[in-house]
Design a protein around this ligand. Structure first.
Ligand code: KG4
Ligand code: ZN
Length: 350
């Protein structure tokens, strides 16, 4: 089955083509156009501007995804699209384009929840997932049930996934998402937008013990997160110690502390969740899954504290928003709907 996946929930316009066969997914093309450079001038996304850029990009991006897959529209079996959550103007661009293409090309259309879609980055067959053991192919993809952590710019959620399309919600952020906290703290440190990767780079040179921050929600006794207090603590620090912003080393020290605190807050909920539900498979997804410290700390802590733990993190290019995860999600959750019944849903949740 050849699936074209379309994603436009935030400031990316993305399309990808996958080939799914016998529960295996091959990536044929993956095109992402971002308007982040435009938003960088303002330090955050301007929704209307994002949607205008997406209107310009969507058809060329889809065309490029088909071209790079060396396929024509006639060889596409199904179209998958993100229907929410996200910015309404942005979602409408992808949703209405996909509906028109499905009608005109006569293809089935599969709506995808962007949040669930992110997890499917761990099913796409990239080189790092394929291992040869005595000439036997071992495919390193998640086995149900698993504890799934979604850490993106808009969401931080923990789920117990029992099968494709079957999951229990365990907890999530009560305020800001982890990515949002990275971005806002980065902005307080004068770093460009989107700040997560910049803060992480700066943190490499920092000493996290110089400005110790409290790990939020450690004693909450549930699987919830909270990051707005951390952001306020960083705001207070830079206001009370203006020298931080004037010295690169102090900025790096604070960045290291912010990163460490966010990462620890995530890990301190994953481990008890896995142990409570007797699950040894951990699957991480979303833009923040690209964070090196998170990947290293997960590797270390999960292996140490969860018996026979198997950890799955997406390859870096599939952590942030893309069409490949949307198409892959649709392959494993194949429920086409009437195009005319499909609507963009900015408030869609897990
Ligand atoms: O999943 P995503 O592309 O968009 C949403 O669905 O929200 O996630 C974007 C978020 C941004 O907040 C960005 O700063 C963060 O992921 N991010 C990172 C890193 N790479 C992306 N945060 C920390 N470290 C990174 N290396
Ligand atoms: Zn996303």
């Amino acid at each position: 089955m050849i699936i074209l996946g379309i994603e436009s929930s935030c400031d990316e316009t993305a399309a990808a083509v996958i080939e799914g066969q016998n529960n295996r997914v091959k990536l044929l093309s993956n095109i992402v156009a971002s308007s982040a450079q435009i938003h960088a001038k303002y330090g955050g996304i301007i929704p209307e501007q994002a949607a205008r850029e997406q209107l310009k990009a969507i058809i060329p991006v889809i065309g490029e995804a088909l071209a790079q897959a060396h396929l024509t529209k006639d060889q596409i079996d199904t179209i998958a699209l993100t229907v929410g959550p996200g910015l309404i103007g942005s979602l409408l661009v992808g949703v209405e384009t996909a509906k028109v293409l499905a009608k005109v090309w006569g293809k089935p259309l599969i709506p995808v929840n962007h949040l669930i879609g992110h997890f499917y980055a761990n099913w796409v067959e990239t080189e790092s997932r394929i291992k040869l053991n005595s000439n036997r192919l071992i495919l390193n993809i998640p086995i149900f049930p698993f504890i799934g952590l979604l850490v993106s710019g808009g969401h931080t959620d923990l789920i117990l996934m029992k099968d494709h399309g079957k999951y229990d919600y365990l907890g999530g952020t009560r305020d800001d998402a982890a990515g949002e906290c990275f971005d806002k703290c980065a902005r307080l440190l004068g770093l460009p937008y989107p700040g997560g990767p910049y803060l992480s780079k700066l943190a490499e040179k920092g000493n996290r013990e110089k400005f110790p921050l409290t790990i939020p929600m450690l004693e909450s006794g549930d699987f919830d997160f909270s990051f707005s207090g951390l952001k306020t603590a960083v705001l207070n620090l830079v206001q009370n110690h203006p020298e931080i912003l004037l010295q690169e080393q102090l900025k790096a020290d604070l960045a290291a502390s912010v990163e460490w605190t966010i990462v620890q807050s995530l890990i301190k909920k994953i481990i008890p969740a896995a142990n409570k539900f007797g699950v040894n498979q951990i699957v991480v997804s979303g833009g923040v899954a690209a964070n090196n410290t998170l990947r290293e700390e997960l590797e270390k802590n999960c292996k140490l504290k969860i018996k026979n733990c198997q950890l799955y993190v997406p390859p870096l290019n599939l952590c942030t928003d893309n069409g490949a995860v949307i198409a892959t999600c649709a392959y494993f959750n194949h429920h086409p709907q009437d195009p005319l019944a499909i609507q963009a849903n900015p408030g869609l949740s897990l």
